[in-house]
Design a binder for this molecule. Sequence first.
Ligand code: GLN
Length: 231
Amino acid sequence: EAASEALADGILTVGTNAEFPPFEYVGDDGEPDGFDIALIKAIGEKLGVEVQVENMEFDSLVASIGSKVDVSIAGMTVTEERQQSVDFSDSYYEAVQYVILPEGSEIATAADLEGKAIGVQLGTTGDFIASDDIADAQVSQYNKGMDAVNDLINGKVDCVIIDKNPALVFASKFEGQLTAVDGAEFGFEPEEYAIAIPKGDAALVAQINAALAEIKTDGTFDELVETYIEN
Ligand code: GLN
């Protein structure tokens, strides 16, 4: 099978939003770091290309794939709506939305979320749940999940809906004040993270899936999970 044209220049440009620990965040050196960044660099190594990461707003990633960047890795959930505009690699991580609550909050069930002030990150699956599925929710959309969490601390929203691992990281910054609850208790469905690839670039999907499969069998994947997620 022919190699993807996207790799012909020897460079894989990758869009991310480095505001989503532990998957991506800005490291001490000012550069994007995290599980996803290490994973895509490992994939680049397998493919023999240099990886260049571009940090941008989450909400602009899908539209940038195939134009500003070759692919995106950003804890991005595979959704039918996104599949209208991009293709996805095999999934590499299972996630679920969590609900961050102030300690002592009375929110405990899906019905309790109705009519509440909910903070989300703009254009994320947490945003779609709050905006589309929760009756009468007053949704505040932020470019950064951490800004939503700060407004939860300030009492401007009643809860924040965001992916499990970032929820755990953000809540742990306010131990004793915030608690992160598994969204399964609110009926939220599991989600799958995958790398978003320009629609129709079957060669690139195949190349990335092959590299991902190697990374899973040679132990690299588990090492990255241990280093970035389960530490
Ligand atoms: N998994 C969520 C989504 O795809 C959030 C991703 C993110 O904020 N980086 O919408």
